[in-house]
Design a protein around this ligand. Structure first.
Ligand SMILES: NC(=O)c1ccc[n+]([C@@H]2O[C@H](COP(=O)([O-])OP(=O)(O)OC[C@H]3O[C@@H](n4cnc5c(N)ncnc54)[C@H](OP(=O)(O)O)[C@@H]3O)[C@@H](O)[C@H]2O)c1
Length: 191
């Protein structure tokens, strides 16, 4: 089965999207300790056309030539009052709280779906405001220094692609894409 081309939801979505190891590692040394182009393509398919909210460290983890992420309002949170006027902030909408960022996102183009794209600090704070989580699980136990948030009991598993087992990427990495939602959030199954 191929990676879902899109997700269709019947209500406003504030989603989180990340990739993690079996143990929940999402980052190491300011980057991701794997190379998985198939997951980057999946991330692009899900988030393009919608605002993305991220922490300053995640923004800075993108090579300069790849930011801002195209066709998405890129909203970056920082507590540094002067960071917005530095060259590093070029192309970002800079705000000083996660809540403010999520509100700004909902009024940005495509804001009927908002995607929180990391990192660990921002997922942990945004989780309570989100209703969907799209999580790629990579079948590896590689170590790292940044963890995915633990989803609380209000979240339920809604399906995976493939339903059983793993996709195998061109480089041999095994992964599967899982979908979680909170409460009575409704959505159509991934295409
Ligand atoms: N695997 C994945 O899918 C994935 C996705 C995204 C990121 N990552 C990885 O995760 C790591 C980065 O995550 P991280 O947890 O270290 O950092 P992060 O969440 O990306 O950014 C943290 C920064 O955001 C700002 N911030 C956090 N909370 C804030 C608040 N309430 N109000 C205002 N600003 C706030 C602060 O910036 P200032 O310090 O400027 O104040 C803080 O240092 C990297 O290794 C990255 O590659 C992995």
């Amino acid at each position: 089965m191929s990676t879902p081309a899109s997700y269709r939801f019947s209500q406003p979505i504030v989603g989180m999207i990340w990739a993690q190891t079996n143990q929940g590692v999402i980052g190491a040394d300011g980057g991701m300790p794997w190379h998985l182009p198939e997951d980057m393509a999946h991330f692009k398919r899900v988030t393009t056309g919608h605002p993305v909210v991220m922490g300053r460290r995640t923004w800075e983890s993108f090579p300069e030539k790849f930011r801002p992420l195209p066709d998405r309002t890129n909203i970056v949170v920082t507590r540094q009052a002067t960071w917005a006027s530095t060259p590093e902030a070029s192309g970002a909408v800079v705000l000083d709280s996660v809540e403010e960022a999520l509100v700004e996102a909902q009024f940005s183009p495509g804001g009927n779906e908002v995607w929180v794209i990391g990192g660990g600090q921002v997922y942990a704070q945004a989780q309570e405001h989100c209703n969907v989580a799209v999580i790629t699980v990579i079948n590896t136990d590689v170590a790292g220094d940044t963890q995915a948030p633990t989803l609380g009991q209000e979240w339920s598993f809604r399906g995976a692609t493939p339903a059983e087992g793993w996709h195998t990427a061109k480089n041999g990495t095994e992964y599967r894409i899982t979908l979680w939602a909170k409460g009575d959030t409704e959505f159509e199954a991934p295409e």
